[in-house]
Design a protein around this ligand. Structure first.
Ligand SMILES: O=C(O)CCC(=O)C(=O)O
Ligand SMILES: [Fe+2]
Length: 261
């Protein structure tokens, strides 16, 4: 899309065919905006990063309790000023029916090459839509469904290892997940350093070579390198990727003003 400031964005033209609830919008941000955001992410106080086993993150807007309540804190100032991402997301209409009419919580994930995120659901704390912006690198994002059999070995539900949908997220794009893809599916990014693509031809679309699954948004990609690799095949090396995941938490508790931030 054109990263200006439209008052209304028609999401239907960005829907991934055959997958109600997944929209891919390339060029949601400009390169200048991307560079600015990455600088702000890097300037964030070191002690406020959360270090997980295989990933670091920043929580903007507060933290969730185990009871799914957002203990709200002010967003970093640039989040609500420049770039005007929240206004652009509102223009798509995805938050029109959400409790606050706009996102109030953003998880900023950092992935080094080789890092990813295991299949998971984002869960019931959020109004069932999430908008994810990619900065700095591409990745391949997979949606999975549970198997029909009742229980996996650990007593949890087992996951069908074949993704139901795989899309390539270009830097500066946004992907929106809602409906069944939010509420009953899982999503993940594999922990690999590069993505190898087998070229498409008249009969088959471009595929992830090792998994043999098609890249469902191939004809929506705009970056020359991504377009070339889809038509000729090749390897896309991952760099450090930052993802901004915008959500609306229904239940909010305000931190008392005297409490230390
Ligand atoms: O980094 C991404 O694109 C996905 C992150 C994610 O799934 C999450 O934060 O819940
Ligand atoms: Fe997630």
């Amino acid at each position: 899309m054109d990263a200006t400031n439209p008052s209304s964005i028609d999401l239907s033209s960005y829907r991934i065919p055959g997958h109600d609830g997944c929209y891919y919008l390339p060029n949601f941000l400009t390169e200048d905006e991307e560079e600015y955001l990455i600088r702000k992410i890097k300037e964030y106080p070191q002690q406020r990063w959360k270090q997980l086993a295989n990933r670091r993150l920043q929580l903007w807007g507060g933290e969730l309790t185990s009871k799914n309540v957002l203990v709200a804190q002010p967003m970093p100032p640039w989040v609500e000023t420049y770039p005007d991402i929240i206004d652009r997301l509102k223009a798509t209409g995805i938050f029109t029916d959400s409790p606050h009419g706009k996102p109030n919580h953003i998880i900023m994930n950092e992935y080094l090459p080789g890092q990813g995120i295991m299949p998971h659901e984002d869960g019931p704390a959020y109004f069932p839509v999430v908008a994810t912006i990619s900065l700095g690198s591409h990745c391949v994002f997979h949606y999975y469904q549970y198997k029909n059999d009742d229980e996996g070995e650990a007593g949890g539900r087992s996951i069908d290892p074949a993704p139901v949908l795989s899309i390539l997220l270009e830097p500066r794009s946004v992907v929106i997940s809602e409906h069944a893809l939010y509420s009953s599916h899982l999503h993940a990014i594999r922990e690999i350093e590069e993505d190898t693509i087998t070229a498409g031809n008249a009969a088959t679309p471009p595929m992830l070579t090792d998994l043999g699954v098609p890249i469902a948004n191939t004809d929506r990609l705009t970056g020359p390198v991504y377009c070339r690799v889809m038509s000729e095949g090749g390897v896309l090396k991952r760099a450090t990727r930052y993802s901004l995941t915008y959500r609306d938490v229904a239940k909010v508790a305000q931190l008392k003003a005297f409490m230390k931030r």
